[in-house]
Design a protein around this ligand. Structure first.
Ligand SMILES: [Fe+2]
Length: 494
């Protein structure tokens, strides 16, 4: 379907309208046949409030975190939604106005309202993950918030029994005594451990590395000093390595501290310069970190990684040739720059020869717009050739993503389903049993209808099995998780 820049901007404006209601355990009417074997809960997070005190956030990533809970059992669906009640959200609710700067929004009032204001809002809006009996709302610039998995009530900021505290923090003087924690932790399905990181700016900039055991206990964090400033959203984990793709970035601290620009406006990512590929041994030992030159561009998401028999790390990433300027939507959608579309690429990183090379996935997959990749959970470091994600039909130049894709990287085969002007959400895999691929769940924003549907597709061929209309419009969101019934506490559901 051809969409003009104006069509896309209208769709995005509708899909980023604040949601006002919070509902609890509402049964949804299901159309089609929802397989009765789907038994569990789909949690998803995303920005839900896009303005405060009459001031709209200037960047779509700044909206307050809003979590949806879809409980699927016996062919029925029940729906709950809640905002994440962070300390900043509660303070702004009480004040009825913006009190904190955000990633892409300064406080109203110009320079003096923002001068030396470094206590940014934890938006808690990027992902929601389940691990060791905890449901965590995640935002990479701050600490996780723990939610009740049955009610979505916000329970507390999660510091992992103090392990996430900054060393030598003096709470009376520091605005953020907890270390940041990525929205993309990696769950090793075999060991049950959760591996994660946080990027701490300073001199030097540091990657904090976290390991949380299957019992929920966090080890003391490791840290790795970076040789320059960078910005990283996701990482890869194999049996041997933690791998980070670090774009060439600069941050104008003076402009940000003085309030002359927003944090994102102070960030400059040179996508024409090579990224650094940083390999850190997964467990501290004899292996030394490896730093080598990768391709130019920028990567938000890693789709998968494994160690091959030649000792290389093979990495599927979603690469942008140009950093998408979501704070300048009109330009991005009316006059998209070359490189604005996310593309799937396979890289082979050879630590012995200190080389990174691109491997072909075939012309069809390399031309594909592809984002928010999802794979079947499995043994860490094993190749998982089937990827699911969202994207766009061929020929679209702006990142208005209306398609769900299934990609087989072993054969180069693509299956795709487009939803015309409707914006699709991350496809969450509900794995099937006995070799069955299972189903994908996606929240699809019905543009022009003021409605969001849960759409259930058969993962193998993307045929639509069932839809369930949510009681209200839910803005487009980011990431979530599927939790099978057996993993949930007894009080959850029903
Ligand atoms: Fe992400």
């Amino acid at each position: 379907m051809h969409l003009s820049g104006d069509d896309m901007l209208r769709g995005l404006a509708e899909a980023t309208t604040t949601i006002a209601e919070e509902l609890t355990d509402v049964p949804l009417a299901v159309h089609g046949e929802l397989p009765a074997t789907i038994d569990g809960v789909y949690f998803r997070n995303g920005p839900g409030r896009f303005e405060r005190g009459g001031q709209r956030y200037q960047h779509p990533f700044d909206g307050d975190g809003h979590v949806t809970r879809l409980d699927l059992a016996g062919g029925q669906v029940r729906y709950t939604n809640r905002f994440v009640r962070t300390a900043e959200y509660l303070a702004e609710e009480r004040a009825g106005r913006m009190l904190y700067r955000s990633f892409g929004t300064n406080l109203p009032g110009g320079l003096f309202a923002n001068l030396f204001r470094l206590n940014f809002k934890n938006a808690a809006n990027t992902s929601v993950r389940w691990h060791a009996g905890r449901l965590l709302a995640l935002w990479e610039g701050g600490a996780p918030y723990r939610l009740d998995p049955a009610t979505l009530a916000t329970l507390s900021k999660e510091d992992f029994d103090g392990a996430l505290r900054r060393p030598r923090a003096r709470p009376s003087r520091r605005p953020a005594p907890l270390l940041p924690f990525t929205a993309h932790p990696y769950l090793d399905a075999e060991s049950g451990e959760l591996l994660s990181f946080g990027l701490v700016s300073g001199a030097p900039n540091r990657l904090m590395l976290y390991r949380i055991g299957a019992d929920g206990v966090m080890d003391p964090p490791r840290q790795h000093a970076l040789n320059r400033f960078s910005f990283v959203h996701d990482f890869a984990v194999t049996g041997r390595w933690l791998c980070f793709l670090l774009p060439h970035a600069d941050f104008d601290l003076r402009k940000s501290v003085l309030g002359l620009s927003t944090a994102v406006g102070s960030l400059c990512i040179a996508t024409d310069r090579p990224m650094q590929v940083l390999l850190l041994p997964r467990t501290p030992g004899d292996d030394r970190p490896v730093l080598l030159q990768g391709p130019p561009g920028f990567v938000f998401h890693v789709a998968g990684a494994y160690d091959d028999d030649a000792g290389r790390l093979v990495l599927d990433v979603i690469r942008y040739g140009a950093y998408p300027q979501f704070d300048a939507l009109e330009d991005l959608f009316r006059n998209p720059p070359d490189g604005a579309m996310p593309r799937l690429e396979r890289l082979a990183v050879d630590p012995a020869r200190r080389r990174c090379e691109r491997l072909s996935l075939g012309p069809e997959l390399e031309q594909l717009a592809f984002e928010l990749p999802v794979t079947r959970p499995g043994v860490c470091g094993e190749p998982r050739p089937i990827l699911y994600g969202i994207g766009a039909p061929p020929g679209r130049r702006a990142p208005y993503l209306t398609s769900i894709h299934r990609v087989d990287t072993a054969t180069g085969r693509l299956v795709s389903r487009d939803f015309d002007a409707d914006l699709v959400g991350e496809p969450m895999l509900v794995p099937g049993a006995d070799g069955d691929e299972g189903w994908l769940l996606s929240l699809v924003h019905r543009v022009g209808q003021g409605r969001t549907d849960l759409v259930v597709l058969r993962a193998a061929d993307l045929s639509v099995q069932a839809t369930a209309a949510l009681p209200h419009r839910v803005p487009v969101g980011f990431h979530g998780c599927w939790v099978g019934r057996e993993a949930l506490p007894d009080s959850s559901g029903d």
